[in-house]
Write a protein that binds this ligand. Structure first.
Ligand code: NAP
Length: 287
């Protein structure tokens, strides 16, 4: 990659940000298409977001990804936000247009594209979402918008599951949404009646973490999706594999949310296979 005085800069802001795979994925895409862009990580601490966002147009930075812990905090500094981002109250992508910062959220479409690519569209299905944080919200809103029949949100902190249920019902009232805790009895009661489980908890990020749902509650007809991609194989994915259950990890969602952001910044179709290869190679070299 040759950086010149004309190269357009895109960045990711987050804390920590050193683990992010987005630079490798986007830079591979820019290089492949011969686009004069580069993508750099900016480690931005909580509390500095106002200073940073004010400087973005002044530095002629043309786009950003936003990750933990800033996805909600950036909203007051944006000139405009997309319908999805406004509904979620969270932004993961910013495009700079004539000094104006426009916010989007591509996490939901990333999830939908990944399950569709895996041959498991959510339309008409009963889903069990484990977790009720930011990723759960993106998945629940996107799945409700795509015609999931029923969505049960199970979270360790029940109040957060209930709050996400209520927020979802405000926008997608025909979809049946339930909130439950993550106790064994609650999970056991629901597990037999569902078509797809999506783990959006951070349980599995650390090697040695247990699965968020006991293996004996899983059945053959399920599709299991773990949003965690590093490590590529969590205990939940191992249980699915052992039981012969169709499954995928979170790499597809990461890839497709990145593809959607790439298109917003460059007005060019993302070279998805190039981006996928860059991610896979980096994840393999991490192991
Ligand atoms: N593949 C992708 O593109 C993608 C995109 C976004 C996120 N993710 C992944 O999704 C996961 C969640 O991210 P997030 O942004 O939603 O985080 P978050 O907002 O902090 O939410 C974390 C969730 O995990 C639950 N949790 C944490 N520790 C737990 C434990 N020991 N037992 C049971 N539940 C536990 C929390 O429950 P409480 O409410 O009870 O604390 C909460 O529901 C992370 O692993 C992240 O890497 C993947």
């Amino acid at each position: 990659m040759k950086i010149t005085g004309k190269t357009k800069v895109i960045g990711i802001i987050g804390w920590p940000v050193s683990h992010s795979l987005s630079p490798v994925m986007h830079n591979a895409a820019f290089e492949y298409l011969g686009l004069d862009f580069c993508y750099v990580p900016f480690a931005v601490r909580e509390g500095s977001i106002d200073v940073v966002l004010r400087a973005i147009p002044a530095l002629n930075i043309v786009g950003l990804n936003v990750t933990v812990p800033h996805k909600e905090h950036v909203l007051p500094f944006l000139s405009e936000v997309s319908k999805e981002a406004a509904m979620m109250g969270a932004v993961n992508t910013i495009k700079v247009v004539e000094d104006r910062l426009i916010g989007y959220n591509t996490d939901g479409i990333g999830f939908i594209s990944a399950v569709e690519e895996a041959g498991h569209p959510v339309k008409g299905l009963s889903l069990l979402i484990l977790g009720a944080g930011g990723a759960a919200k993106a998945v629940v809103f996107a799945a409700a918008g795509k015609g999931a029949k029923e969505i049960t949100i199970a979270n360790r902190t029940f109040a957060k599951a209930k709050s996400l249920k209520e927020q979802t019902e405000k926008y997608f009232h025909p979809v049946k949404i339930e909130a439950i805790g993550m106790g064994c009895d609650e999970l056991k009661n629901i597990a037999g009646k569902i078509d797809m489980i999506i783990n959006t908890t951070s349980l599995g990020l650390k090697r040695g973490d247990p699965s968020p749902i006991p293996k004996e509650f899983l059945h053959k007809g399920l599709f299991i999706c773990d949003l965690i991609y590093n490590p590529p194989e969590t205990e939940l994915i191992r249980d699915a594999k052992d039981s012969g259950i169709n499954h995928m990890n979170g790499m597809g969602m990461l890839l497709h949310q990145g593809g959607a952001a790439f298109k917003l910044w460059t007005d060019t179709e993302p070279p998805i296979e190039v981006m996928r290869k860059a991610l896979e190679e980096t994840l393999m070299s991490d192991e």
